[in-house]
Design a protein around this ligand. Sequence first.
Ligand code: ADP
Ligand code: MG
Length: 355
Amino acid sequence: MRGLPVRFDGVSKRYGAVTALHPTYLSVATGEFFALLGPSGSGKSTLLGTIAGFVSPSSGRVLIGGTDVTSVPPHRRNIGMVFQNYALFPYLTVAKNIAFPLEMRRLPRRDVTARTKRILEIVRLQGFEDRLPGQLSGGQQQRVALARAAVYDPPLLLMDEPLGALDKNLREEMQEEIRQFHRSIGTTILYVTHDQQEAASMADRIAIMNHGRLEQLGPPRQLYEAPVSPFVATFLGEANLFHVSGHRCGRNDTREGLCISGPLSTGVVCLRPENILVAGEPLPYPNSFPGTVIDVTYNAGYVRYRVDVVQGPTVTARVPALRGEVPFPSGAAVHVGWSTDEMLILPAEPQGASQ
Ligand code: ADP
Ligand code: MG
């Protein structure tokens, strides 16, 4: 199976006074696993709907494989779709559910059988052909939905929060399965999620949506290491943000009450928790502040500290938990600090930013 590229050429959508999607320009490459990530209401499903054809754009064009499909009806676009609620036919067996799109397309029986068999192998559901959806687990039902969406070799698969109904462990297992599935069929996938971990672990590139706009686009690591805005910094991963408000303290005064050193005059300083150090004595950096540990938690090889900085905000630090090393307890007097190199300088979010 081969994938096709997708291009959004100034695509927007208004519903009366509500702008669900501002004009969006975006290219998704052939065979790419592309995630649309953003909070609820940010326009992800609207953007996906313009490719599927459920949403007709207020402006702009959608191109699939270089062909303008903006006015092509949904059933003519030859796109596979998977949603959160599976939408399987409850009274049809697994095999019949999967064969359904092929029968709609009036393929010869022999092809229907061969293709159904092949896709059942890809989603590892051999032996489940005769079961009804109600006799399957959530993860198995989602695999049937995947198989049904891909069985007719669409060059493009759209997935809108497909794992939203599954619990955490199963979701993580299915993330890996969908990646493998993508590798074995090679089609282009557009994947909508509001879960940053899911987007980061699955996608080649992520588009971060906020208030109907595409705020940043790039591979997961780039978005994490070089966010363009406080919104992206906090939406993808955890961030300590300090809003620089002037120079009253001789260095940079922040709205949060800290007086920090660094190459900046205005904007927002962002520090990832793993770049904040916690020690019993002052740290050898221009930015080192005394504080009190107010919370300590352990998770998967890391200790996460919340430190209330004297005359400053509470900061979050994440340090590797070394075997045998006892972490600072809650109430301990510590110092937090960071290397100037680790400071990300972001523009301040526009005040009262909205639609
Ligand atoms: P997401 O998928 O990111 O949660 P949506 O694309 O569904 O967001 O919605 C974006 C915005 O458009 C929201 O404010 C939503 O309320 C609005 N919206 C979506 N569909 C409609 C519709 N059919 N009529 C009116 N407003 C809509
Ligand atoms: Mg949605």
